[in-house]
Design a protein around this ligand. Structure first.
Ligand SMILES: [Zn+2]
Ligand SMILES: [Zn+2]
Length: 404
C-alpha cells in the first residue's frame, strides 16, 4: 500500500514537471510557437530539398473543397514544375504567391479536362498576373495527331482568338506565348526534359485512350513520380520503384461509387477498377514500388470516405502512406519526408512582375467597329477627374481614349 502511494506520488510529480515544462513555452500574451502548418511564401526551400504541394486532388466532378488534378514541385535549385493543371486548381496555385515568371513549366499527363481544364485560365490569366516569359507545355502524342497535345494546344490558341485579340497592343503579352513540346506517348523511360540538373522521364500509362503517360522527375538524388491517371501497369511498377514520393491515383472504391456517386454497380466496377485504380489496386502497386512515401489522390477525401479508402489500401499495402487532399505539402529531403497542411490567404493578390514590362505596340491593337463606338458614353466629367488624379500623382499626361 505504502509503495503504491509512493509510485502514485512520483507519477504525479513527474506529470506536474512535464506540464510545467510544456506550459513554460507558452504565454498568455505571446505567440503560439511552432505551429505545424505551411504558410505559402514564408519558407525557404533548402538547397537539397524538394517541396511538393497538392493543388488538386479531387475528381472531374467539381467541388469547392478539392480541385481536379494539379501538383506543384519546387526544388532547392529554384526550378518549379506543374504536373497536370486540372479544373479549379488555378486558385490554389495563385494562393502559393509565387511570381508567375517562375511558373513557366507544365507537364500534362493526359488530356482529360480534370487534368488540363485550368490551362487556359493559367495561360491567359497569367498574362494579367504579370508572367512575362513564355509558358512551356509538355504533353504526350496521341494515337493519331488529332489526339495529341500539339493539336490540342493549336486549337486552344485558335479558340481564344477573341481573348488574345483584346490584349493585343494593350498589355505586354510575352507571357501569352506558348512553347509546345509534344513527346511520344509510348516512350518508355525516355528523357523529355533535361535542364539545370533536373531530368524528367515519361512512361506510358493505361487510361482512356493511347496518349496517357506518367512522369518521373529526378534531381539531386531525389525522385518524384507522378501517375496522372492510370490503372496498374508494368511501367509504373518498374520505373517508380524506390521513389522518394510516388503519387498515383487512388479512386473511390466501387462501393462508394454506387452509394455516393450514383453509379450503377457495373459502372462502378468498370470505372473504379478498369478505367481507374481502386484503393486495393493502388495498395498492390505501392507494395511493389516500395516508395519512401506512397501518395494516393483523385478521390473525394472526406470524414466518411477516407476510412474506407484507407482500410482497402491496407488490404494490399502496409508501408508509409498519405491520402492527399488539397493544400497538403510534402517537404522531401534525403533524411526526412515531412507532411503538413497549408494555411492560405484567400484574399491573395498577384505578385509583381519580375521583369520590366515592355510598352505594348498600340498599332497592333484591334479597333472597335463604328457601330460599337456609337454606343460609348465617354462621360468626360466623370472620367476626366480620374485621369487628372492619376496624372497628378504619377507626373504623367495621359488622356482618355474615348473623349466624346
Ligand atoms: Zn483521366
Ligand atoms: Zn483524372
Amino acid at each position: 500500500m505504502r509503495r503504491s502511494i509512493l509510485v502514485y506520488a512520483l507519477g504525479f510529480l513527474s506529470c506536474a514537471l512535464l506540464v510545467t515544462l510544456i506550459a513554460a513555452k507558452w504565454s498568455p500574451t505571446g505567440t503560439a510557437p511552432d505551429r505545424d502548418v505551411y504558410y505559402p511564401g514564408t519558407e525557404k526551400i533548402g538547397k537539397n530539398e524538394m517541396r511538393v504541394v497538392a493543388l488538386g486532388t479531387g475528381m472531374p466532378s467539381a467541388r469547392p473543397k478539392q480541385a481536379a488534378a494539379c501538383w506543384l514541385v519546387e526544388l532547392g535549385n529554384g526550378d518549379k514544375f506543374l504536373f497536370d493543371i486540372g479544373s479549379g486548381c488555378h486558385e490554389r496555385l495563385a494562393a502559393q504567391m509565387i511570381p508567375y515568371d517562375f511558373l513557366d513549366k507544365v507537364f500534362i499527363g493526359h488530356l482529360h479536362v480534370d487534368h488540363m481544364g485550368d490551362l487556359p485560365t493559367f495561360w491567359l490569366g497569367g498574362t494579367t498576373m504579370n508572367r512575362l516569359v513564355p509558358l512551356r507545355i509538355w504533353g504526350p502524342s496521341g494515337g493519331t495527331p488529332e489526339l495529341g497535345t500539339k493539336h490540342a494546344m493549336d486549337l486552344m490558341q485558335k479558340m481564344y482568338a477573341w481573348d488574345i485579340g483584346t490584349r493585343s497592343g494593350v498589355i505586354d503579352f510575352r507571357g501569352g506565348v506558348l512553347e509546345i513540346n509534344e513527346f511520344a506517348f509510348d516512350g518508355i523511360n525516355e528523357v523529355i526534359y533535361d535542364e539545370n540538373g533536373v531530368k524528367i522521364r515519361s512512361i506510358p500509362a493505361v487510361h482512356g485512350l493511347d496518349g496517357a503517360v506518367s512522369f518521373i522527375l529526378e534531381w539531386n538524388g531525389l525522385t518524384f513520380v507522378y501517375g496522372s491517371d492510370t490503372i496498374p501497369n508494368k511501367w509504373y511498377v518498374e520505373y517508380a520503384a524506390g521513389a522518394d514520393l510516388a503519387v498515383h491515383e487512388c479512386f473511390l472504391p466501387a462501393t462508394l461509387l454506387v452509394t455516393k456517386q450514383g453509379f450503377s454497380p457495373l459502372e462502378a466496377l468498370t470505372v473504379g477498377t478498369q478505367g481507374h485504380t481502386s484503393p486495393e489496386q493502388f495498395g498492390k502497386v505501392m507494395s511493389l514500388v516500395e516508395p519512401r512515401l506512397a501518395v494516393g489522390y483523385h478521390f473525394f477525401n472526406d470524414f466518411d470516405t477516407e476510412p474506407e479508402v484507407r482500410d482497402r489500401v491496407r488490404r494490399t499495402y502496409d508501408g508509409p502512406l498519405a491520402l492527399a487532399t488539397d493544400y497538403m505539402v510534402f517537404n522531401v529531403t534525403k533524411d526526412e519526408i515531412r507532411t503538413r497542411m497549408s494555411v492560405v490567404d484567400e484574399e491573395v493578390w498577384p505578385t509583381p512582375p519580375q521583369k520590366k514590362k515592355i510598352a505594348p505596340d498600340v498599332g497592333s491593337s484591334i479597333a472597335f467597329s463604328k457601330f460599337t463606338i456609337s454606343g460609348v458614353m465617354a462621360l468626360p466629367e466623370v472620367v476626366g477627374p480620374i485621369y487628372d488624379e492619376i496624372n497628378e500623382k504619377y507626373g504623367t499626361d495621359f488622356e482618355p481614349l474615348f473623349k466624346q
